[in-house]
Design a protein around this ligand. Structure first.
Ligand SMILES: Cc1cc2nc3c(=O)[nH]c(=O)nc-3n(C[C@H](O)[C@H](O)[C@H](O)COP(=O)(O)OP(=O)(O)OC[C@H]3O[C@@H](n4cnc5c(N)ncnc54)[C@H](O)[C@@H]3O)c2cc1C
Length: 469
């Protein structure tokens, strides 16, 4: 599948000799260099199944160090893999060809929060949750909310264009990045975008770098848009006999003009697996679970959540619970993470996919999964963001030897997604994990032009080689 002829191979890079390591340490400072073997192993993987082993880790504290490292990488021809918190699910931060891992985790300062202009300037290693808390203290809101928000970095979020449940109302990370400071693979430092809401001067390099998975430049500073913090939030839970009924409710809620800040669902398999953790009776016997959150002015959201409850009942919900207390609310969010943990614990083979289908076709898509399970010998646990069609498919099998068969099944599923007008990844990106599936979605012309863009930025292919293509 696809033409990988311009992919670099391990032999394409000069081995990182002791002399080269000494030159790097001299250029970036000894304090920034880590070559303890345990730490090298630790920083050689992310949250995916992939592993690599760097020969050196550079923990940068300034853009100057990043520049010095990349200049040397070009001169001595060794690969550099940028890394935030290493929570990526596709191997994006894994040093496929060894070389140097460039950790941005120590560049973790919030440089300013400008209430008047509703912007914040941050370094890339700031943890998403820390930023949310800091701006909330000023009455402001930074919406992007990947489920990993308590550990992932905003630099990693920008590099992967991360998103979460609030995407339905607030969009993805790229909707909040107004401008960037980035070090190009050549070692040059550029500033992109602006600090204003509008700006159309030249090509939009900001949004070319956002989502480029650390292959075009290293993000060393971000200018982020903020919005006023919503004064209140309320939640509704609906239990449905079938997933199609729950999806009917989703379509009705949206069709009647409501814009929730989250609409999350779980299918029957997930409920069997983690229903015991959900604080409601009858969950494990239900066919589908729907969680809807509305934020805004208290009186208004109260009326809205009641109206949404009525819609759910009209769409065959067997039980609707309005505004559970905050303890139950946080329990429900924790349960989502529990699905992946339990799946990982129970099954020797586990592959997470995060496809997106048009909202109106979620039920049709999910109802087609049992046939695929049967045909390819896998079991699929699906949950996700019903409001934007992004479904997390936790694909499992009882035996690792079934990998080839399961991968055939995944290819089939992805083809079905594309035939429905969807996309093969809504959040996690391509990295190493989904490279082979890229040609299913992108035309040869599109891949060619993207490879050419990569070469303009990085003619010697030293920055995060082997990712995406
Ligand atoms: C439990 C769990 C739940 C998750 N839920 C979600 C979710 O809901 N939504 C979602 O979108 N993702 C989710 N993810 C995936 C992951 O958290 C995101 O992709 C996140 O944005 C990665 O951030 P990070 O700091 O960990 O980056 P890393 O994993 O360190 O790196 C990710 C990619 O970004 C590049 N990169 C990192 N920092 C920089 C930088 N400063 N400059 C240039 N490139 C850089 C790396 O080279 C790599 O390609 C989840 C992961 C886990 C483990």
């Amino acid at each position: 599948m696809g033409n990988d002829s311009s992919l670099p191979s391990a032999g394409a890079y000069k081995p990182l000799t002791e002399e080269a390591i000494a030159r790097i340490c001299e250029a970036v400072g000894e304090d920034a260099c880590v070559n303890d073997s345990d730490e090298l192993r630790e920083l050689g993987h992310d949250a995916s199944e992939f592993n690599g082993l760097p020969l050196l880790v550079v923990e940068a504290v300034s853009a100057h160090q990043v520049q010095a490292l990349l200049r040397l990488a070009n001169a001595l021809h060794f690969p550099v893999t940028p890394r935030g918190s290493g929570t990526g699910l596709t191997g994006g931060a894994v040093p496929l060809f060894g070389g140097v891992v460039l950790s941005l985790a120590r560049m973790n300062r919030i440089l300013s929060i400008d209430r008047e202009n509703l912007i914040t300037v941050v370094q890339p290693g700031v943890i998403n949750m820390d930023l949310k808390k800091a701006v909330q203290r000023e009455g402001l809101f930074y919406p992007p909310d990947p489920a990993s928000l308590d550990t992932c970095s905003v630099g990693g979020n920008a590099a992967t264009n991360a998103a979460g449940p609030s995407c339905i109302k607030y969009g993805t990370t790229c909707d909040y990045v107004l401008g960037l400071e980035a070090v190009l693979p050549s070692g040059e430092l550029i500033r992109t975008g602006c600090r204003t809401r509008k700006g159309v001067v030249g090509y939009d390099l900001t949004h070319l770098l956002v989502g480029s998975e650390g292959t075009l430049g290293v993000i060393t500073e971000l200018v982020l848009r903020l919005i006023p913090h919503p004064p209140a939030v309320t939640t509704l839970v609906g239990l449905f006999p079938r997933l199609s009924a729950a999806m009917g409710a989703v379509a009705s809620v949206l069709g009647q003009g409501h814009i929730p800040c989250a609409m999350e669902f779980m299918d029957r398999h997930c409920l069997e697996l983690v229903g015991d953790c959900l604080p409601f009776e009858g969950v494990q016997e239900s066919g589908a679970f729907l969680l809807v959150e509305i934020d805004g002015v208290p009186d208004v959201i109260q009326r809205e959540i009641e109206a949404i409850g009525e819609i759910c009942l009209e769409c065959e919900a067997v039980n609707v619970l309005l505004a559970p207390d905050s303890h139950k609310r946080s329990q429900m969010w924790d349960v989502r993470k529990e699905v992946s943990l339990r799946v990982e614990r129970h099954f020797p083979l586990y592959i997470p996919e995060d496809i997106v289908v048009p909202i109106g076709r979620i039920a049709e898509f999910v109802e087609g999964l049992p046939e695929m399970e049967q045909r390819y010998g896998m079991k699929i646990y699906s949950f996700g963001h019903a409001g934007d069609g992004n479904i997390h498919l936790n694909i499992t099998a009882e035996d690792r030897r079934m990998l080839d068969r399961v991968e055939e099944g995944i290819t089939e599923i992805l083809k079905r997604v594309l035939a429905m007008g969807g996309t093969i990844s809504g959040e996690h990106g391509i990295g190493m994990a989904k490279r082979r599936y890229l040609p299913l979605e992108l035309s040869p012309e599109s891949i060619r032009i993207q490879r050419e863009i990569k070469k303009v930025f990085d003619p010697h292919l030293i920055l995060n080689p082997g990712k995406i293509f």
